[in-house]
Each structure stands twice: as structure tokens, then as C-alpha cells.
Ligand binder design. Structure first.
Ligand code: ZN
Length: 419
């Protein structure tokens, strides 16, 4: 702009110009309150399984009613004002956008309203869904109400599991204590939250010092105590942060513009993901997505230097000793894990990883090697190519025909189609 016209344009002016372009394209922000429900109706009509809900309240000054909240989830992709969005993670560690809403602000009410719709329209009868969130009291209280009921109303989502994001927890803890010694400890913990398993050990070691959370239920924040591995090893809401980064580009758009951004963005995103997994589907030698294929290769390499000794008589019980590669000679330490390959198709290990991650650890791989058992049996079906392909294998239809947005006329406060 500057080079072409030799003219410096102020930020405010640029902002107004941008708004003007948006208005010409989508109508004004106020216009969205009329156009948005119509747009969502068209999207829902064209995309079976799409659900949307709009909440209005009457305008005290007369005229069109005021839009308070909007919820929508696109197509049959079953699975977080502000835009609460719910995102999922597929078997290849990819972000899956699930549901969106526009709400007046983040509070218990708006979170309850949002999650209630996520449960009814997205999760449906799927059991044992785990929500990983920051510790915003609005979210946590809303989850409690859904889980345990709200006064007279029965619980809507009794089997929901709630876990905290480690990164948010780390940040809150630091803000609260601001203590030099704790700060150093905290650095370790912050680094640890980048890596799932380091985190497990640090949480265990520093348990007595983490005053702020030690009296809180351990399964909420420590991977080691994650009952039945509900988190699948996911310790943070970083997947959601990535998603929010993308959403940032829709800032300043009228609501219909945001919906268009999401719809077209999703179409492109789903198409790319499906293309990628389709290429792998024809390769019979690879049963999983790329993340898990890589994981299995790394762990199989690691298992090469483990020594698995069969001890069980009736059970396939092993002691697996692992060489410590970082030390030499007399200082070399060995860690020993107890690993059981059950006759019922299950596998257990004292390292806990199989339970927490739903994946075999290197100790199980070493035991499988001794038994000539296929270790892929112990990988959750969630990680298979078929499951990943099913996540992205959905058709999405545009809403092109809704065009001709209405505009709020100033004379009588009604919406009219622009000519
Ligand atoms: Zn193990």
C-alpha cells in the first residue's frame, strides 16, 4: 500500500477500511443478527447432521430482537462476546473442530448452555468422553452441573470425565506463589508439561510442594493417576490453542463472516486430512496413522536393548530390564519393569504407559518379541487408519445460495435485502 501510493495510512484508517470491505461483503455486524440464523438454516438444510441453536432476547427499545448466543456443530462430525469451541484430537494427533458458539461472555451459564448442546448433538450416546480444559471456573462448574445435575434437573452427562490442562495449571501456580525456590521447581514442571512422561514423574516428585493443587483430586492433574487413561496422554489444551491461532484471522469479521470462515476452512482442512489418510489406506503394511507408526518404530528400536526374562508359569509374566544408555561401567543403572501379556488379549506393564496411552510400551514390545506375538494387538483401535479415515470421511456442502444478505435499515429498524 505504502510503496504503491507513497502514502502512509494510519492503523485506525486501515481498520475502518477493512471494516468497510467486510460490510460490503457480509453486511454490518448488526446485520449478522438477521443473516446468521438464515445462513445457519441453509447450512443445516444442506448438511445432514448439522445442528444450530439461536437464543434471542427482545430489544427493550423496540425493533429487532437482540441475538444473545449461537451454537453450531457442522455436519455429522460427531465429536469449544467469545467463541467457545470444542475440539477433538484424531488418532493421528490432529485437531478436529467439533462445535462452536457465539456467547455474550464466558460464565457458568454460557458454558453450560454450550456443553449441553455438545453433549446432545455431538457426543450423543458415546460413553466416557473426557473433557480437557483450562481451570476457568465457568467451565468447571458447568461440567459439574452436567455430571451431577443441577438442583431439580437430573444429570445430563453423568459419565463425562474432566481433566485439567497442565500448562494452564503451571501458569496459574506461578502467578499465585511467585516464590524464588518454587519458581525454580516450577521451571522444571513447566518444561515437564511439554513432555507427557517427564510430567508424570515431576508431578509425583513435587507432589508435596505443589501446595495449590495437592488437595485436589489427583486424576485431574497428574497423568500417573489418570484413571483408565481417559486423557490418552494429552496433558494440555495446546491442540485448542493451535486452533485459536487459526481462528484469529477471523477477528473483526461479522458473525456470518466467522461462520463462512469456519465452513470453508473446515472444508479445506477435512479434505486435506482425508486425502492424506486415503493415501495410507492402500498400504496394507501400515495399520496406523503416521504418528503411531513413528511411535511404534521408535519403541521397537528401544526394545532391542531390553532384556525380557519369562518368569510366569501359567501367565506370560516377564521381567524386562532396560539398560541405561546415558551411563557407563559400574554406575550404569538398570531399571526393571514387570510386564504381563495376558491370554485375554490385554497387556499390562508396571510402567503404566499401556494403561495411560492405550499403546504398548517398549517393555511390552520386548516381551512380544520373546513370545512372537504381534504387538499391534495392543494398540487402541482409535489409532487405526480406518478410524482416522472415518473421522475425515464426511461430505460438506456450501451455503452459496443464501447470498443476498439483509441490511438493517435505520429508518424503522427492520432488515431488508440490499439491491
Ligand atoms: Zn512398560
Amino acid at each position: 500500500m505504502e510503496l504503491q501510493h507513497r502514502y502512509t495510512i494510519s492503523y485506525a484508517k486501515a481498520y475502518r477500511a477493512k471494516q468497510k470491505v467486510f460490510e460490503m461483503r457480509f453486511g454490518t455486524y448488526e446485520d449478522s443478527y438477521d443473516n446468521l440464523p438464515r445462513m445457519l438454516a441453509t447450512i443445516a438444510q444442506r448438511n445432514p447432521g448439522t445442528y444450530y441453536d439461536v437464543m434471542h432476547f427482545p430489544n427493550p427499545e423496540g425493533g429487532p430482537s437482540i441475538l444473545q448466543r449461537v451454537f453450531f456443530c457442522l455436519g455429522p462430525w460427531k465429536y469449544k462476546g467469545t467463541i467457545p469451541t470444542a475440539i477433538g484430537v484424531d488418532g493421528n494427533n490432529q485437531v478436529l473442530p467439533v462445535a462452536f458458539a457465539f456467547v455474550e461472555n464466558e460464565n457458568v451459564d454460557s458454558w453450560y448452555w454450550f456443553l449441553e448442546r455438545v453433549k446432545t448433538n455431538v457426543v450423543s450416546s458415546r460413553s466416557n468422553v473426557c473433557l480437557i480444559s483450562d481451570r476457568h471456573s465457568g467451565i468447571l462448574d458447568a461440567i459439574e452441573k452436567l455430571k451431577h445435575g443441577n438442583g431439580a434437573s437430573p444429570p445430563l452427562w453423568p459419565d463425562v470425565h474432566s481433566r485439567w490442562c497442565m500448562r494452564h495449571l503451571a501458569a496459574n501456580f506461578y502467578d499465585h506463589f511467585k516464590n524464588k525456590d518454587l519458581q525454580d521447581l516450577f521451571k522444571i514442571d513447566r518444561e515437564a508439561s511439554n513432555s507427557h512422561f517427564k510430567c508424570k514423574f515431576k508431578c509425583k516428585d513435587s507432589q508435596t510442594i505443589l501446595t495449590g493443587i495437592q488437595d485436589k483430586p489427583k486424576e485431574k492433574w497428574a497423568l500417573l493417576y489418570d484413571t483408565n487413561g481417559r486423557r490418552y496422554g494429552i496433558m494440555t489444551t495446546n491442540h485448542a490453542e493451535c486452533y485459536n491461532m487459526v481462528m484469529r484471522s477471523s477477528r473483526g469479521l461479522p458473525l456470518v463472516g466467522v461462520v463462512e470462515f469456519i465452513l470453508y476452512g473446515c472444508a479445506k482442512y477435512f479434505g486435506e486430512r482425508y486425502m492424506s489418510i486415503s493415501a495410507d489406506l492402500s498400504n496394507a503394511s501400515v495399520p496406523f496413522g503416521r504418528t503411531i507408526t513413528k511411535y511404534m518404530e521408535t519403541k521397537t528400536d528401544k526394545a532391542q536393548i531390553h532384556n525380557a526374562r519369562l518368569l510366569g508359569t501359567r501367565e506370560n509374566r516377564f521381567e524386562v530390564s532396560c539398560r541405561d544408555r546415558s551411563r557407563r561401567g559400574v554406575h550404569r543403572e538398570r531399571t526393571v519393569q514387570e510386564t504381563v501379556i495376558g491370554n485375554d488379549g490385554t497387556a499390562h506393564c508396571s510402567c503404566m504407559k499401556p494403561t495411560l496411552l492405550h499403546l504398548p510400551c517398549s517393555h511390552i514390545l520386548a516381551a512380544c518379541r520373546e513370545l512372537s506375538v504381534d504387538p499391534t494387538n495392543f494398540v487402541s483401535t482409535f489409532y487405526t487408519k480406518g478410524a482416522i479415515a472415518a473421522t475425515w470421511n464426511q461430505e460438506l456442502f456450501g451455503y452459496g445460495m443464501v447470498r443476498a444478505y439483509t441490511h438493517l435499515t435505520s429508518e424503522n429498524g427492520t432488515f431488508q435485502t440490499q439491491h
